[in-house]
Design a protein around this ligand. Structure first.
Ligand code: FES
Length: 173
């Protein structure tokens, strides 16, 4: 299958999810490592995450030198064990489109030569693929890094999302 053919199929598949496209200049200045505290701490009951691939979307707010920014994210259960949770920002690190969680691996096989038997995050704009089982690492496409991670704490009955990887400022500035 040619790349253009795959692109066409991917675009039609992702249209199902109602994706839009917006292209924003990526900042060139690198920032320090670590996490930045969010304006709003987000709380979710642990009961929302009973089995692998249970997922909850959220919006977080972050103060930046350019003003407050809204960051879309997801909390995701990546394995059945107790600690198997991840939190990713769903803003594509390439050019700020919204990536989407695609759980249908059969549909996924039709749009990429990269065969994996598990859900992935897919960007509809230039078709970068991100692996939630490997900390959101990019596995295909033009993105130069993986998804930005949110920091979170797991208490007895709740999960608190508290921060975002500081390097996200490179993208937002
Ligand atoms: S914006 Fe996501 S791959 Fe380009």
């Amino acid at each position: 299958m040619t790349f253009n053919r795959r692109q066409a199929i991917l675009a039609s598949c992702l249209a199902f999810f109602g994706f839009g496209h917006r292209s924003v200049r990526a900042a060139s200045q690198a920032s320090d490592s670590g996490f930045l505290e969010l304006n709003n701490r987000l709380s979710f009951p642990t009961s929302l995450f009973k089995q692998q691939w249970d997922i909850v979307k959220f919006d977080a707010m972050l103060s930046t030198p350019e003003g407050d920014k809204r960051l879309q994210g997801v909390l995701l259960k990546t394995s059945d064990d107790v600690v198997g949770l991840s939190a990713f920002c769903t803003i594509c690190p390439h050019e700020i489109c919204q990536v989407e969680f695609v759980a249908d691996t059969e549909r996924f096989r039709a749009i990429s030569d990269t065969v994996v038997g598990q859900p992935l995050f897919v960007c509809p704009c230039h078709f970068s693929l991100f692996d939630p089982m490997r900390k959101g690492e990019v596995i295909d496409g033009p993105a130069l890094r993986g998804l930005y991670a949110f920091a979170f704490e797991v208490a007895e009955n709740e999960i608190l999302v508290t921060g975002i990887e500081a390097k996200v400022l490179e993208l937002l500035s």
